[in-house]
Design a protein around this ligand. Structure first.
Ligand code: PEP
Ligand code: MN
Length: 358
């Protein structure tokens, strides 16, 4: 089995193709244009998980024949989403090279287990999209089920998270989640799907660049020969030409560029470590005082929360922070967290859960 580096060539790896295979012509024509531009792995959805019934739900197994044709004619590897055992069988039978698991399937341990069991003994590369909810454990669980079934070539796809509130993008990127999964599983390649995060093509560049700056290994981007006429996800797709233009504009930075001295960076990192240690000491001192305040309030039968005082303090810090060019949101988050922790300590003291000040 070829590893991902052999499959994709240089980084960032690119997987491109339409959201859905719609017709034989559309599939093959889009693929031809992508192959001409050097794309090595073609994607197309055959079975589409739609939130509400009545929308286009994919052409089904007949589209696999068109993908075989793509592979035969262009030499690209072909990939599609599988969401149940029948999809797995059909895809394997048709010679699909790479599978991916969609966000709604990753979120479902029963479906994941069935898919993993059906893949036992068939070591095909599988990319696993993040679940629709920002749950790192659920994402890891899906991967572990595939690994337990003997799969060894597994990758991650960050495609963003559903949100109740109206946000700029279609799905909230919540970048901490891919950062955390990378920390937990540094051995697994991670690619970003800016298309499903963005929802609109105008945001694809900024999301892709941010993903590359976080050192993802590649991008899965939807591309259609005529995006405005696409049967699914029309607003977020790019023509193969526009896709290549966008990719060309991306800046690929290195973690450790050759030939540059790390000395000044290390010096700055050293300073940051020192400041972080001071922050910890300061927090420790502050929480010690919260303990004493708790003891005072207990002795005098006072409530812990004094809302007007808290409000005044927070406003004061936001204002002072602004004078120091510190972001309002940052100050609000930090001081709210500190205040919450301080209240917890005082509540414990008042209820006799905490020992005397040490
Ligand atoms: C897709 O890749 O077309 C798709 C349906 O993705 P997701 O599972 O991320 O919504
Ligand atoms: Mn799509």
């Amino acid at each position: 089995m070829k590893d991902f580096d052999e499959i994709f060539g240089q980084k960032p790896w690119i997987i491109a193709g339409p959201c859905s295979a719609e017709t034989e012509e559309q599939t093959i024509d889009t693929a031809r244009q992508l192959a001409k531009n050097g794309i090595k792995v073609f994607r197309a959805g055959i079975w589409k998980p739609r939130t509400r019934p009545g929308n286009f739900e994919g052409v089904g197994a007949v589209g696999l024949e068109w993908m075989r044709e793509v592979k035969k004619e262009t030499g690209m590897l072909i990939s599609t989403e599988v969401a149940n055992v029948k999809h797995v069988w059909d895809a394997i039978k048709a010679g699909i090279d790479i599978l991916w698991i969609g966000a709604r399937t990753t979120a479902n341990p029963f479906a994941m287990q069935e898919i993993a069991d059906s893949l036992r003994g068939c070591n095909i590369p599988v990319f696993v999209k993040n679940p629709v909810n920002p749950d790192v454990e659920l994402w890891l669980g899906a991967i572990e089920r595939l690994e337990a079934a003997g799969l060894t070539q597994i990758g991650l796809i960050h495609r963003g998270f559903s949100s109740y509130e109206k946000i700029l993008y279609r799905n909230a990127p919540i970048w901490q989640v891919p950062i955390e999964i990378r920390r937990r599983r540094p051995d697994l390649p991670l690619i970003c799907d800016p298309s499903h995060i963005a929802g609109k093509r105008e945001y694809l560049f900024e999301i892709s660049q941010k993903a590359l700056d976080l050192n993802v290994d590649g991008l899965m981007i939807e591309s259609h020969r005529n995006p405005d006429e696409a049967w699914s996800d029309a607003k977020q797709q790019l023509t193969p030409n526009d896709l290549m233009k966008m990719v060309d504009q991306l800046v690929v930075r290195k973690v450790n560029p050759d030939g540059i001295s790390m000395e000044s960076l290390n010096e700055l990192r050293y300073k940051i470590d020192q400041i972080d240690a001071e922050l910890l000491d300061t927090l420790q001192k502050r929480m010690g005082i919260s303990q004493k305040i708790g003891e005072y309030k207990k002795a005098n039968n006072m409530t812990v929360l004094q809302p007007s005082r808290w409000d005044a303090i927070l406003n004061k810090y936001v204002e002072k922070g602004a004078e120091k060019n510190l972001d309002k949101e940052l100050i609000t988050k930090i001081f709210t967290a500190i205040h919450q922790a301080s209240i917890n300590i005082q509540v414990d003291v008042i209820n006799g859960k905490n020992n005397e000040t040490k």
